[in-house]
Design a protein around this ligand. Structure first.
Ligand SMILES: [Zn+2]
Length: 391
């Protein structure tokens, strides 16, 4: 078991455990507040923690120094049955050797196009980034904003610390580069960069003054599926208050985004602070026809779909951040977070229909008749019902 601290952990509250679980302790005091936001672990501490990929990020209960406070920290699983995945916490997520990045025939001098994926959390942007990144001209960078916003906690989400492309020096140099997208293009030898950072707050400054063409793609998921995705990432009973809060969040996020088509209909300038998106992609359409639905995105970048994009899980990939389900497919390994969740064992691009398990009929009816869900469904979907495709 090793405990380390991210190198410039300014608040001195975040610690990181990587290693094999250990056995018994004479007096065990569990840390509180699992699944905490990483900002809260850094800022508040007091025992907040989060299991994140192949490590546990945590704060000590009194914000003391985990390396010198004399206590022993251990990973312990309270559930029943063998947990063969626990030792894997000490391993990098995947072996880099079989997916070496092939050097481009000619060095790439600068970025010639950015695909900016905009959307709320859990809208499916990770798998979208993976599919786009399997195109021979595109680097699927995933959530580049973490390179700048939390530089000490980022790395390749596939290879982990074993990554030969995102080494600590490269992470630092690219993250501090004033020409972020050029630096990424040069490093990976691809003319086009897909940045699925998703938030207008990131893209507004990141894309300002960029000479390269940009296509802003708004990725949406049907509100019923989207609410269920949010529910599945936190614990607690499904109450109407929780549903209200998630729906209000979804409405607020999408209220800050306008599609160019909607601008045309409005015949009025966009309000200040509104992000204008060039294209709209429903996750449902993407799942039903990945290459067809991505064709407008590729055309905007002067590209055509490539059949190899459908083999995305076997393509070399070095994304920064992203949700765990597509990364499990790329790593082809069982991840601790996958245990007990059927959807993490599925392969390919599929619609997550787990709302049928997450919600009972009352919950489904409540969402479908909710004013915020109807606002979302009317705006982005032809029907309040979550059809398998929106076509
Ligand atoms: Zn990597």
């Amino acid at each position: 078991m090793s405990i380390c601290r991210p190198s410039s952990n300014k608040t001195r509250k975040t610690w990181r455990i990587c290693g094999d679980p250990i056995g018994s302790c004479s007096r065990i005091v569990p840390l509180l507040e699992a699944h905490s936001l990483h900002d809260d672990i850094r800022g508040v501490g007091q025992g907040r923690y989060s299991h994140w990929r192949n490590a546990l990020l945590f704060s000590t209960s009194d914000n003391s120094d985990a390396q010198t406070n004399g206590r022993v920290y251990a990973l312990r699983w309270k559930g029943a049955g063998a947990k063969p995945w626990l030792p894997q916490l000490s391993l990098p997520a995947a072996d880099c050797d079989h997916r070496r990045w092939s050097a481009p025939a000619k060095p790439v001098a600068r970025c010639e196009g950015v695909i900016a994926v905009v959307g709320d959390s859990f809208s499916g942007s990770t798998v979208l980034n993976c599919v786009l990144g399997a195109h021979s001209q595109i680097f699927g960078a995933s959530e580049l904003r973490w390179l700048v916003e939390t530089p000490d906690e980022v790395g390749c989400a596939v290879c982990g610390s074993a990554c030969t492309m995102w080494t600590p020096g490269v992470l630092r140099r690219v993250g501090q580069s004033p020409d972020l997208y050029d630096a990424v293009s040069r490093r990976f030898g691809r003319h086009i960069v897909c940045d699925s950072s998703k938030t207008p707050a990131w893209f507004s400054p990141a894309l300002r003054g960029l000479e390269a063409p940009v296509v802003r793609v708004l990725l949406t998921k049907h509100p019923l599926r989207h609410v269920a995705s949010h529910l599945s990432k936190t614990t607690g009973p499904v109450t109407r208050q929780r549903l209200d809060a998630i729906l209000a969040h979804l409405r607020a996020f999408h209220g800050r985004v306008l599609l160019k088509d909607e601008m045309t209909l409005r015949r009025a300038p966009a309000p200040d602070g509104m992000m204008i998106c060039d294209l709209h992609l429903r996750y449902e359409d993407f799942a039903a026809d990945p290459l067809g639905s991505l064709s407008p995105v590729l055309v905007a970048m002067g590209l055509s779909p490539e059949p190899g994009m459908l083999d995305w899980a076997r393509a070399p990939a070095h994304p920064i951040g992203g949700n765990i389900a597509p990364l499990i497919q790329i790593c082809n390994a069982v991840h601790p977070m996958a245990v007990g969740r059927d959807k993490y064992r599925r392969r390919g691009i599929f619609l997550d229909e787990s709302y049928r398990q997450t919600l009972d009929q009352d919950g489904i009816d409540y969402i479908l008749s909710h004013a915020d869900a109807r606002w979302l469904a009317d705006r982005f979907y032809a029907s309040a019902e979550p059809a398998r495709t929106a076509a």
